[in-house]
Design a protein around this ligand. Structure first.
Ligand code: ACO
Length: 345
C-alpha cells in the first residue's frame, strides 16, 4: 500500500454579484431599520443576482477562478461536488458546471446539506482522494463549490427573514499538497430540528388522489419561500458549531495521540449567518474575536453554502502551516468542521 499523501486546498475562487442591497433599501420594502438589522444581525449589505445572473453562472465563475488560481490542468479534475440549496431543478448543478467548463469524465453531483453543503463536500472529496491514492495509486484533483441564490427563495415581504440573506458562490480545488493539508473532518445531521428551518415543498400529491400531481402554491405572492424559527435556530446553531469544533479536534487527537485544543487554533472560518452567533461561538471557546472571520456577514449577509469559501478570498494569507478550522451549520440540521493547516500560497 502506498505511503499516505497530504491532501489540501490547491486553489480558491469566488463570485459575488455586483448589485448591492443596503439596509436602507430594505427599510423601504418592510418595516425595519438599518439600526435594528445591524444590532441584531451585524449585516450592513448583501449582494443580489441581477436578471442576467443565475445560481449556475455564479458557480461556473467561482469554479473558473479556483481552477485558474490552482494552475492545474482541467483534465486532472476527477470529481466535482456542489453544495447548493437553490438549484431547484435537474440535471444537477455539478453536471452543468462540468459541461460549461468541459471537464471530461469527472464524477459530478450536488450535495444537499443546508448551509453546510460545502463542508460536506470537502469531507467527501478528502476521503475520496485518499481512497483513490491508497487503493489505486491514483493522484487527481477535486472541485468543491458552495453556491446559493438565496434571493430566489426569500419572501421579500417577511422582515424576519428578508434582511438576512445574500447571493454568492465560492469554490476550492482540493488535491495533493506539500504543506497546508487537511488534518481531520467531522460532519453530522440532527434531523430532529428539521422543521425549524425549511423551504416549502412546491409540488404535492394530494392524499385523496395519488395520481394527481399539482402545484401547491404557485403565484407571485405564494411562492415557496424559506421559513425559519430564528431564535430557536440561533440557540442550536451556537451549540452545534461549538460542539463540531471540539469534535474535529478530538477526532484528530484520537488518531494522532496529540492534545490540540481551541487555544492552538490560529483562525476560524465560521458559517456567516449572524454576527451574534459568530461572537457567541468565539466567546464560548474563548477564542479572541480577531481570530474569527466575520467580514462576510457584514458585507455579504448569509450566503448559505457559499459563506465559507467566499471568506477565503478575503482572508487567505496567514502564517504557513497555521492551524485553522472551518465550521458550519444549516438546515437539516446539518453541521460540520474541517481542521487543516493553511496552504503556503
Ligand atoms: N426589523 C425590525 N424588527 C424585526 C425584524 C426586522 N427585520 N425582524 C424581526 N423583528 C421583530 C420581531 O417581529 C419581534 O417583534 P415582537 O417582539 O414585537 O414580536 C422582535 O423583532 C424580536 O424578534 P426575534 O425573532 O426574537 O429577534 P431576534 O433577536 O431573535 O433576531 C434573527 C432575529 C436575526 C432572525 C435571529 O433570531 C437569528 O439570527 N437567528 C438565527 C438565524 C439564522 O442564523 N439562520 C440561518 C442559519 S442556517 C442558514 O444559514 C440557512
Amino acid at each position: 500500500m502506498p505511503e499516505r499523501i497530504k491532501i489540501g486546498y490547491v486553489g480558491i475562487g469566488r463570485f459575488l454579484p455586483e448589485k448591492v442591497l443596503t439596509n436602507e433599501r430594505l427599510a423601504q420594502l418592510v418595516d425595519t431599520t438599518d439600526e435594528w438589522i445591524k444590532q441584531r444581525t451585524g449585516i450592513n449589505t448583501r449582494r443580489i443576482m441581477s436578471s442576467d445572473e443565475s445560481v449556475a453562472s455564479m458557480a461556473i465563475a467561482a469554479a473558473e477562478n479556483a481552477i485558474e488560481n490552482a494552475g492545474i490542468d482541467i483534465k486532472d479534475i476527477s470529481c466535482i461536488r456542489v453544495g447548493v440549496n437553490t438549484h431547484l431543478r435537474f440535471p444537477s448543478l455539478a453536471a452543468i458546471v462540468q459541461n460549461a467548463l468541459r471537464i471530461p469524465n469527472a464524477s459530478a453531483s450536488d450535495i444537499s446539506a443546508g448551509c453546510s453543503g460545502f463542508i460536506f463536500g470537502v469531507e467527501e472529496v478528502f476521503n475520496r482522494l485518499h481512497f483513490e491514492w491508497m487503493m489505486f495509486g491514483r493522484k487527481s484533483y477535486s472541485l468543491v463549490i458552495g453556491v446559493d441564490g438565496m434571493s430566489l427563495i426569500t419572501d421579500w415581504s417577511d422582515r424576519k427573514t428578508c434582511v438576512l440573506f445574500g447571493d454568492a458562490a465560492g469554490a476550492v480545488i482540493i488535491g495533493p499538497v506539500q504543506s497546508g493539508e487537511i488534518l481531520a473532518t467531522h460532519t453530522r445531521t440532527q434531523g430532529e430540528y428539521a422543521d425549524l428551518l425549511k423551504l416549502d415543498a412546491f409540488l404535492e400529491v394530494p392524499a385523496e388522489n395519488h395520481k394527481e400531481l399539482t402545484f401547491k402554491k404557485f403565484s407571485l405572492i405564494d411562492y415557496p419561500f424559506l421559513s425559519m424559527e430564528g431564535p430557536k435556530v440561533f440557540v442550536v446553531a451556537v451549540r452545534s458549531m461549538v460542539s463540531e469544533i471540539k469534535t474535529v479536534l478530538l477526532n484528530y487527537n484520537k488518531i494522532n495521540g496529540t492534545d490540540l485544543t481551541e487555544k492552538d487554533i490560529e483562525y476560524v472560518y465560521p458559517h456567516q449567518a449572524n454576527m451574534r452567533i459568530i461572537l457567541a461561538i468565539a466567546d464560548s471557546l474563548k477564542i479572541p474575536h480577531e481570530r474569527v472571520y466575520s467580514d462576510g456577514v457584514k458585507n455579504y449577509g448569509n450566503t448559505s453554502t457559499a459563506s465559507i469559501p467566499v471568506a477565503y478570498v478575503d482572508k487567505w494569507g496567514m502564517n504557513p502551516d497555521a492551524l485553522v478550522i472551518d465550521v458550519s451549520f444549516g438546515s437539516g440540521f446539518a453541521s460540520g468542521a474541517i481542521l487543516r493547516k493553511t496552504a503556503s500560497k
